[in-house]
Design a protein around this ligand. Structure first.
Ligand code: ADP
Length: 684
């Protein structure tokens, strides 16, 4: 393998890092930032005084890069080189180079705000502008100012926003590592295709037949489409008996692929064999696949967006930015001149694509991040004026404060409560941490731990859950799966609990999972997560909790009342009230929205067409309609205190009177006429 560009700058890098607490390094994707920087610093003894921590916004990248670096150094993964991602820690006392997700580093800064076990912190892939990296940038700025010792911070980015980051860090030096990029010919489509899946297929086959050797990287939007295209490509290639003189392998690449499948893209293909790698935007900058000469870019990306006024998430397929399009094209020119097929006209690129991607901080719920920041007790920081590279909207900050107040994490003056502090210690979203704490009070912690662990893997466990069971998938099945428990009419959380309990009663049997069409790997992960959460809860409570998966208590009622009550407290910001006239629900706490129960939910109308009057939900997601996903029935008396709290909320007080004066909420429960709903109202 040719020497990676960054290695030619070893001395310059070391020299700059020695003289400056913060350095920005800009280098083309694949120039060796993720795998080599840590090794360079290691060679120059930066691991003598502490650990080199390298953050990655994506779990997959943290694991994959750590594995690679361990291999290059000839050490066992988990020894000198390790990684830590949520619920999976492969480090030891010997670890000197640690790859970790940005979320894990944030968490570590909670228990050790000075992060003094680290000699160097590298915030890698800063251009991805993940929410956690953005918060870390702010914290690093503060830490470097405060810390008198020799912490070194490196910020790396593949794109040219280095100047902005440098300015943020008071004009710190920016090192440019020129990558060796061969020219890439850009070929635009005349029009947007009606089906970009079919269009990708056609272009890929064309390349295979007409173009000389070289791998093809195809950018798609998500796992579903990737799987479809992989199947179609395989079929088509098989039927092309004499069309090409080359063999072909088709490989999917996305974040939820099992690790052994992910590493397949790093194995060079046999000779005279072309690889087609069908990937999400993960191959844009996070993972570099060698050997790519042709790129097919559909021009879209799947993006999760949060609207603070409604509390709704949408998983939208949106147009990529110019920066992303150029990153994608660049993948074709790493080893020799390449070609990039853009399935959109140049006019779309010029006129419709945004220049840069909207950072996650401007399209995410900030509830978790604000809770962290509050629990850090930073005396010199007013949360609403926290130094972000790009500040979030005040609406989104106020939404976060309101959510935190509803679940008792902050008091009416915006100060963190003891409940909030404990919640921040749990590696969970605030609603789930709060549920666990309340469940502990009600003596159903064991059950709640199961539900929370199941939720952490639920989309991979029950494939139908996230999308609504697809008819195609049903047809494909060879055997009818055994029926899963149905939640006894109380909803999805209870169903998740029942599934785990049945599996537990069946001795964690692998075949039981298969018979019920549950992913074995997913269920094993849940068991492990549950165990880890138990340990964390025990530590918090100093060992006084009863978290054993116990025999169902004799007096346990089948209505799972205590557990549902705890869920109602945890999800206080996610309550909905039945609207008989509209055959749906109306959200409470946000601007009133008419929503439906997601079709994949076990909550259905009973024989008399009745649905529970009040429910809590895990999230609101907009697809064809706004849907509540993972719904649990709750009772009116448990909702009343939440309504009382809502009436009292004063956002200006919550934000500590720091100038952000929000509107006083003064809600009355009235049946809103249809025209007041700003969502599409289904016909009654
Ligand atoms: P950058 O961070 O600048 O994008 P990387 O350090 O990730 O660059 O990649 C440098 C080289 O290492 C690339 O050629 C890439 O293919 C290779 N590489 C990275 N991770 C792995 C891995 N897990 N297995 C094999 N090769 C890898």
């Amino acid at each position: 393998m040719a020497e990676l560009p960054i290695l030619q700058f070893e001395e310059k890098i070391i020299d700059t890092v020695q003289k400056n607490p913060v350095t920005v390094i800009i280098g083309e994707t694949g120039s060796g930032k993720s795998t080599q920087l840590s090794q360079i610093l290691h060679r120059h003894r930066y691991t003598k005084s502490g650990i080199i921590g390298v953050t990655q916004p994506r779990r997959v990248a943290a694991v994959s890069v750590a594995r690679r670096v361990a291999q290059e150094l000839g050490v066992r993964l988990g020894d000198e080189v390790g990684y830590a991602i949520r619920f999976e820690d492969r480090t030891s006392e010997r670890t000197r180079i640690k790859y970790l997700t940005d979320g894990v580093l944030l968490r570590e800064s909670l228990s050790n705000p000075e992060l003094d076990q680290y000699s160097v912190i590298i915030l890698d892939e800063a251009h991805e502008r993940s929410l956690n990296t953005d918060v870390l940038l702010g914290l690093m700025k503060r830490l470097v100012k405060l810390r008198t010792s020799s912490l070194r911070v490196l910020i790396t980015s593949a794109t040219l926003d280095g100047e902005k980051v440098s300015k943020f860090f008071l004009d710190c030096p920016v090192l440019n590592v020129p990558g060796k990029l061969y020219p890439v010919e850009i070929l635009y489509s005349k029009e947007r295709p009606t089906s970009y899946l079919e269009s990708c297929l056609r272009v890929a086959i064309d390349i295979h037949i007409r173009e000389p050797e070289g791998d093809v990287l195809i950018f798609m939007t998500g796992q579903d489409d990737i799987e479809k295209l992989v199947a179609k490509l395989e079929d088509k290639i098989r039927s092309l008996e004499e069309g090409s003189c080359m063999d072909a392998i088709v490989l999917p690449l996305h974040g939820s692929l099992p690790p052994e499948m992910q590493v397949r893209v790093f194995t060079p293909p046999p000779s005279n064999c072309r690889r087609f790698i069908v990937s999400t935007n993960i191959a844009e900058t996070s993972l570099t696949v060698d050997g790519v000469v042709y790129v097919v870019d559909c021009g879209y990306v799947k993006q999760r967006q949060y609207v603070p006024s409604t509390g709704m998430y949408s998983l939208d397929v949106v147009q990529i930015s110019k920066v992303q399009a150029n990153q994608r094209a660049g993948r074709a020119g790493r080893t020799r001149p390449g070609k990039c097929y853009r399935l959109y006209p140049s006019r779309v690129y010029e006129e419709e694509f945004l220049d840069v991607t909207v950072p996650e901080i401007q399209r995410s719920s900030l509830t978790g991040s604000i809770l962290y920041l509050k629990s850090l007790d930073l005396p010199d920081i007013d949360i609403l004026k926290f130094d972000f590279l790009d500040p979030p909207s005040s609406e989104s900050l106020e939404d976060a404060l309101k959510q935190l107040y509803l679940i008792d994490a902050i008091d009416e003056n915006g100060s963190i409560t003891s409940i909030g502090r404990t919640m921040a210690d749990l590696p969970l979203e605030p609603s789930l941490s709060r549920t666990l704490m309340e469940a502990n009070e009600y003596g159903c912690l064991s059950q709640a731990l199961t539900v929370v662990a199941m939720l952490s893997a639920e989309t991979t466990l029950l494939p139908g859950r996230s999308k609504g069971a697809s008819k195609g998938a049903e047809k494909k099945r060879k055997h009818t799966p055994l029926e899963l428990p149905d939640g006894s009419g109380w909803g999805d959380h209870i169903q998740l609990l029942q599934i785990f309990e049945q599996w537990d009663q069946n001795g964690y049997d692998v075949d039981w999972c298969k018979d019920h069409e549950l992913q074995v790997r997913g269920m094993m992960f849940v068991k492990d997560v549950r165990k880890q959460l138990c340990q964390i809860m025990q530590k918090i409570a100093k060992g006084s909790l009863d978290v054993r998966p116990k025999e169902r208590r004799k007096e346990s009622r089948q209505d799972y009342k205590d557990l549902r009550k705890a869920l109602c407290v945890g999800y206080a910001g996610q309550v909905a009230e039945r609207m008989i006239r509209h055959n749906g629900y109306r959200t409470i706490g946000f601007k009133s929205q008419l929503v439906q129960v997601h079709p994949s939910s076990v909550v259905r109308s009973d024989e008399e067409g009745m649905l529970p009057n009040y429910v809590v939900y895990h999230e609101l997601i907009v697809t064809s309609h706004p849907y509540m996903r993972n719904v649990c029935a709750v009772e009116m008396p448990w909702v009343t205190p939440i309504l009382k709290k809502l009436e009292k909320i004063s956002v200006s007080k919550l934000s500590g009177g720091s100038g952000h004066v929000g509107e006083e909420t003064n809600r009355k429960i009235v049946d809103l006429p249809k025209k007041d709903m700003n969502v599409q109202v289904p016909d009654d």
